[in-house]
Design a protein around this ligand. Structure first.
Ligand SMILES: [Zn+2]
Length: 183
């Protein structure tokens, strides 16, 4: 009898859980965060909208992009969602609140595409990022994240594995959407 889809999924989960247990939950959370961040960029790349709101030279602009591209929200730079390997300007996943605390580690609204220059060399361009957040996601969301940042949160291996499976599925779906040209 061939395995059903559910049985396959359950076995895959069990294997992942086994390998996750080789790590502490905090180390494993960082690994899951890497997939989460890649998913954020992939979904931004797969987004069908032609224009993305960004801060360009301290002004709010609508920046044009194509499927597969992300826009740095704090400078307007447009680049492939996977980044490129020739240095400078590739897209990363920038965090509004820089804290890596578990409570906000997987908050999607705390993240947005940013170029390497803004994210690393510009220290995340916090003032510009806050301006963009206020405009695009609103003050209430900023306050929610700031409050959440102060809360302590821990994850079990099982919770992290389930999140990993969910993020990996969304990443795969976004990649498939981009391959189809956004449809
Ligand atoms: Zn930038």
């Amino acid at each position: 009898m061939p395995l059903t889809h559910e049985e396959k999924a359950e076995r895959a989960r069990a294997r992942l859980l086994e390998s996750a247990k080789a790590y502490s939950t905090s180390t494993y959370a960082r690994k899951v965060a890497t997939i989460f961040q890649r998913m954020i960029r992939a979904e931004a790349g797969a987004d069908p909208r032609r224009y993305v709101t960004a801060i360009v030279n301290c002004e709010v602009r609508q920046v044009e992009r194509e499927i597969g591209q992300c826009v740095c929200i704090t400078c307007g730079r447009v680049a492939c969602w996977t980044g490129n390997s020739v240095g400078g300007g590739e897209i990363e996943t920038g965090h509004f609140l820089a804290s890596r605390r578990n409570s906000i580690l997987f908050e999607e609204t705390n993240t947005a595409p940013q170029c390497k220059i803004c994210n690393r060399h510009g220290g995340g361009e916090q003032q510009l990022y806050r301006r963009w957040m206020t405009m695009v996601r609103g003050v209430a969301e900023i306050e929610r994240l700031e409050k959440l940042k102060t809360v302590s949160r821990s994850f079990s291996h099982g919770e992290l594995v389930d999140m990993r499976i969910g993020f990996a599925a969304r990443l795969k779906a976004a990649e498939a959407t981009m391959k189809r040209g956004g449809r």
